[in-house]
Design a binder for this molecule. Structure first.
Ligand SMILES: Cc1ncc(COP(=O)(O)O)c(C=O)c1O
Length: 465
């Protein structure tokens, strides 16, 4: 809306503000540029102090750190600076937060304009940024989608809790949910049950509300795999009539090991789910923005099936999106915080950049960088790193590849060495495990993909016997 009458708008268009902001932006970007490239710690003494600080943090948290990682908060493009002065090529960005890398000029610009706001926004205290981010996301759900509303939440897990509650309220008294083998939905009391990993619910009660169906099995092929899944679903629905409210699916499983199916498999499963009167919910917390379309359901042309979709991570905010029909009654959903003004501005800008700057489609930037990454890994697999690379699973900006024996121990050993060589990645899956990269394709150049591949190759070769 027109905001010229506001003090804020007058402040932001004043010459003093514009000059100060330009100077701040220039100084920050000039400084951050120095963080480019991979390099080791500033000195052994500084590195030793750094390790002590990390040990201190471990003590405070009561838990060992996964990596010796403590960032300075500054980076340049895909490179991040750590507090010992070392710089790493960051292929995981906190499991997918910084798709546009570190110190991106457009995002710093948004942060600066966010500084003049109150820090946090909430359901009872929305600022114009709340309206802007919800409107921008909903403007991009696509013509086939029935999603009409968006609710901001503080985490992917809370977006998922909201999705579950919305579905249960609409389908009352049905409460049960179908999820899939290897699913991940977060770690709240309800989500730990949807997540198909007993370690995440150790010592916790389970409420027996979730039935896991087999996810796509490439060994069976599309028809047999879909038949098995649908048969299990139909048997369950027949065994407990009127009890099942919905189905939750990650169209591409992130935590589950970058697993996905051909479109026909989803079609068969979703048609059966609709026939069983289930609400269908896509958890796109990890996939959102990262494939060859803004939403994974667009990538697979499945928009019409979804009643509820949850998003997060690279958005810098989290949302539950839902159709008119699923709109819950007042009282079901709220919460103090919806996000900081700076985060909400960042999320809106991220969606604008993703949808306007040539990232999507079969010839978009994501498809090109993804292909280069996949071909590089496949070339190593059949060439220099024969028998050191296992399964390769790549889709858009979600990269998975098995290393060594593909068990957890070997995968972690590889990742620790890779970190030492200057590349940060993580793992996913459960036997077999894969190395997982969610690279900042928003800023990566082909040369930086090649750099990542060469460090991966160099690290793998140290395991050659
Ligand atoms: C598919 C999926 N759902 C939900 C979550 C939970 O999101 P958050 O960690 O923001 O609560 C994640 C996080 O990794 C995820 O990958």
């Amino acid at each position: 809306m027109n905001a010229n009458h506001t003090v804020r708008s007058q402040l932001h268009s004043s010459p003093a503000y514009i000059a100060a902001k330009a100077a701040f932006l220039k100084a920050t970007l000039d400084g951050a540029r120095g963080a480019e490239g991979i390099r080791g710690p500033a000195s052994p003494e500084i590195h030793a102090q750094y390790l002590e600080t990390i040990k201190g943090l471990e003590k405070l948290k009561g838990r060992e750190a996964y990596f010796q990682y403590l960032s300075s908060g500054i980076g340049s493009g895909p490179f991040i600076e750590l507090m010992d002065g070392s710089r790493k090529l960051d292929l995981i960005t906190g499991i997918g937060i910084n798709f546009f890398g570190h110190a991106h000029p457009a995002l710093i610009d948004e942060l600066l304009d966010g500084i003049t706001s109150d820090v946090m926004q909430g359901n009872l205290q929305p600022g114009f940024e709340s309206e802007e981010i919800i409107r921008t996301v909903l403007a991009n759900v696509g013509p086939k989608s029935r999603l009409k509303h968006g609710w901001l939440l503080g985490s992917g897990t809370m977006a998922n809790e909201t999705a579950l509650k919305i579905i249960r309220q609409k389908k009352f008294p049905a409460t049960r949910i179908f999820a899939f083998s290897d699913a991940f939905a977060g770690r709240s009391t309800a989500m730990q049950e949807i997540s198909d990993n007993p370690k995440y619910r150790e010592g916790q009660p389970t409420y027996g509300e979730v039935t896991h169906l087999p996810f796509y099995d490439p060994k069976l092929g599309i028809d047999a795999s879909a038949e098995l899944t649908v048969r299990r679903m139909e048997e369950e629905v027949a065994r407990q009539p009127g009890k099942y409210a919905g189905m939750m699916i990650e169209i591409v499983q992130g935590e589950g090991g970058i697993r996905f199916a051909p479109r026909e498999w989803y079609l068969k499963v979703f048609e059966a789910a609709k026939k069983a009167n289930l609400a269908i919910w896509a958890d796109e917390v990890q996939t959102f923005g990262r494939l060859e379309s803004l939403f994974a359901y667009q990538h697979f042309d499945l928009a019409e099936y979804f009643d509820v979709v949850t998003i997060g991570k690279l958005l810098h905010a989290c949302m539950a999106l839902y159709s008119d029909e699923m709109n819950p009654r007042a009282g079901l959903v709220a919460g103090t915080f919806t996000g900081s003004a700076a985060a909400l501005r960042t999320g809106r800008r991220v969606v604008e950049m993703l949808t306007k700057e040539g990232f999507y489609g079969p010839d978009g930037k994501i498809a090109k960088l993804s292909k280069r990454f996949r071909e590089g890994i496949e070339k190593m697999k059949t060439g220099s790193c024969k028998r050191l690379i296992g399964e390769v699973r790549v889709i858009g900006g979600m990269i998975g590849f098995g290393v060594l024996s593909q068990n957890l121990d070997d995968t972690k050993k590889f990742l620790a060495k890779l970190f030492g060589e200057g590349v940060v990645a993580f793992y996913a899956g459960h036997d077999p495990y894969v190395v997982r990269c969610l690279p900042p394709f928003g800023v990566m150049k082909e040369a930086e993909v090649d750099l990542a591949l060469s460090v991966i190759e160099k690290t793998l070769l140290t395991f050659k016997t």
